[in-house]
Structures are given as C-alpha cells and as structure tokens.
Design a protein around this ligand. Structure first.
Ligand code: NAD
Ligand code: SER
Length: 326
C-alpha cells in the first residue's frame, strides 16, 4: 500500500484513519474525500489533499482515481444504524449503492479495498455472547441488512473477479476527535463529553445493555494491519469479528464516576435504539482475526476511559486559557 483514497473521510473513523495513513504513507499520498467539505482546520482538509465525492457517483470516483492514482481504497462512507432507521431507502442507496460503485472501480483498476462491516450485521437470532465468527445473520435494521449484503458482495468480488477486498466487523467505536455519526453505540462517546462538560448525562439505552466496543486507536490499527496481512492466510477476508471491551451504560458511568465523582447519569430510553441494541451481540468471538492475521487490541475499558478523559480535559483547559477574540 503506497497511495490511498478514503471515502467518508470527514466522519468519526475517517477523521483519524486519514491522519494515521498520512503519517505512514506521506500526506500527499492520501486523498481524503467526503460528500461534505469539513472546516478548513479539519485534519482531512488541513493535513493533505481533499476532494468532494458522493460515493454513489461512479464517474466522479473514476475522476478522483485517475487524478490521484491510489492503489487502495478505504471505503468508510455510510449511514449508520439510527440514521438508517430514519431513512431506510437512503441508507440502502448510500451503503449498497456506494459499495457496488467502489467495488466496480476496484475491479476495473485492480485496487485493494477496505470496507468496514459491523456488529449490526447480526440480529436477534444470533448467539449474542460470544457471537461466533460464522453464525446466523438475520439483522432487523436496514443498516444491518446493508452490512450483511456488503460482506457478501465483497466476498463475491474477491471470488469472482479477484478484487483484494478485506474488512472488519467493528463493534461500537469510541473516540474523542470527531463526533459519532448517528449510531446506537453513540452513547459511549456522548457520555464522556457530557461528563467533562456538564457533569451529567441522560442515556438513551437502559443501564444494563451490554454491547461490544473498541477504542479508536485499535480500530485504526486493525484496519491498517488487516490491509498489510498475508492474503494467503485470510479465510474470512471481508468480515472479521474484532473486539476489545464489553460495556454497559451503568458500568461505564461508574468508571467515569471513579475519576469525576460528581458525574451523574440518568436514563430516558429511546425505544428505537434500545430495540436495535437488544438485537446486537454482547461480545464477539474474534479468534479468527487473532489466528489469521494476529489481531490483538491494546485498550481495555480502564485504559480507554483514562485516555478519553485525559484528552477531553486537556481540550477543556486549552479552550479556557485561550483569550476571547477582541
Ligand atoms: P460517520 O457517520 O461518522 O461518517 C460517515 C461519513 O460518510 C460522513 O462524513 C458523511 O458525510 C459521509 N457520507 C455520507 N453519505 C455519503 C455519500 N453518499 N458519499 C460520500 N460520503 C458520504 O461514520 P463512521 O462512524 O466514521 O463509520 C465509517 C464506517 O465504519 C461505516 O461503514 C460504518 O458503518 C462503519 N462502522 C462504524 C462504527 C462506529 O461505531 N463508528 C461501528 C461499526 C462500523
Ligand atoms: N456504531 C455503529 C452504530 O451504532 C455500529 O455499526 O450504528
């Protein structure tokens, strides 16, 4: 991998993946693209080349590929679970219309492709704890339907056309740089901002809802390691279960309270997102990823909480010590 194009680069994962790629490959080697142009100081724009791109537009994608000449695409553009339930037809168009467009470009140009799947690719009929690598996949959300179909499409393009497509089934991703994009696991990011900012948080999931989660540095490293892995060892190339920690709102709040004693949490459950969460795995079995390409998370819950609070506290201190304009 020497030159990359990233779709959905202004989102929660793209914001950090683009920075990691630019650090490794060089700033000019990584073209960040998104449907919307973020502010000029956003890392996708400030740190190297940026282009507007609707991932469902094959002609526009072809132009970017011709101009930038990537050997690898990281396809992150998607609508997440809660947004997807509000606009299921649009979620279908963006998630599957975008993916087939990118797969076709990868096929025509001989490019490698990374596409994330999700815990949402499972449903209420899947064994939830642990969820095996190969198991029943009957999701009940449009987002989940697009993720299962996406896994299958990527496998198909690999088998039929030899496209070097690879992917991870990410759990909920926790990070401090960019806000989450409208998913069911967003509470695990919002709670930190609320704890540091207001000292209280109203959670939209029930206190004991357990979901699989991962800290962003592990999510980014996992993508890069998978794309460098020996292809001969990859049996589950497009849908590796990966996990790092299992969280509940109550347990996470207690961890935060151990560091911010005045922090308070209460609950106002959103039935849509609660139903989605109840249909998802509580813990993934990631032994295939460990065996086939050496996956190993670095952050457990305690390390993640310390790092998140450290970053957000520093940001608050910097903001309060910056003199007001004028
Ligand atoms: P996000 O919602 O934060 O970002 C998605 C980006 O895609 C946004 O910047 C948006 O502007 C862009 N986008 C939307 N429609 C587009 C279009 N038509 N063309 C081009 N860009 C478009 O999402 P994320 O959290 O960064 O997720 C990235 C990928 O990882 C997605 O495939 C998602 O399903 C997957 N994933 C994320 C998580 C998570 O917790 N964040 C978990 C599992 C899987
Ligand atoms: N974090 C994502 C969501 O909640 C999972 O794919 O939608």
């Amino acid at each position: 991998m020497q030159r990359a194009l990233v779709t959905g680069a202004a989102g929660q994962i793209g914001t950090e993946l683009v920075q990691a790629l630019r650090q490794e490959l060089g700033a000019e080697q990584v073209l960040a693209t998104d449907l919307r142009r973020p502010d000029d100081d956003h890392p996708a724009v400030a740190g190297g080349p940026f282009g507007l791109l609707d991932c469902t537009d094959g002609d526009a994608l072809a132009r970017h590929i011709r101009d930038h000449r990537p050997d690898t695409i990281f396809h992150l553009a998607a609508l997440l679970s809660a947004v997807g339930e509000n606009e299921p037809q649009k979620a279908y168009q963006v998630n599957l219309g975008g993916l087939i467009t990118v797969l076709e470009a990868a096929r025509e140009r001989g490019l490698a492709l990374f596409t994330p799947s999700s815990i949402a690719a499972f449903g209420p009929g899947t064994p939830p704890d642990p969820t095996p690598q190969d198991t029943i996949q009957r999701p009940t959300t449009m987002y989940g339907v697009t993720k299962v179909a996406g896994e299958l499409l990527c496998d198909y393009y690999h088998r039929r056309f030899g496209v070097d497509a690879r992917g991870l089934r990410y759990p909920g991703i926790i990070s401090h740089s960019a806000p989450p994009g409208g998913g069911t696991t967003d509470y695990a990011v919002e709670i930190f901002h609320a704890a540091v900012g207001e000292g209280r948080y109203t959670c939209f999931l029930e206190p004991d809802t357990q979901l699989d989660m991962m800290y962003m540095p592990d999510a980014v490293r996992g993508a890069l390691e998978l794309m460098r892995a020996d292809p001969d060892r990859l049996e589950h190339r497009n849908a590796f279960n990966v996990t790092a920690m299992q969280l509940t709102p109550r347990g996470l709040a207690q961890r935060i309270q151990a560091r911010i004693p005045d922090f308070r949490i209460d609950y106002d459950v959103d039935p849509v997102r609660q139903t989605i969460a109840d249909s998802w795995p509580r813990r993934l079995d990631d032994s295939a990823a460990r065996e086939e390409w050496g996956w190993q998370p670095e952050y457990d819950e305690a390390a993640m909480v310390d790092d998140m609070l450290g970053h957000l506290a520093r940001r608050t201190d910097e903001a309060s010590s910056t003199p007001a304009p004028g």
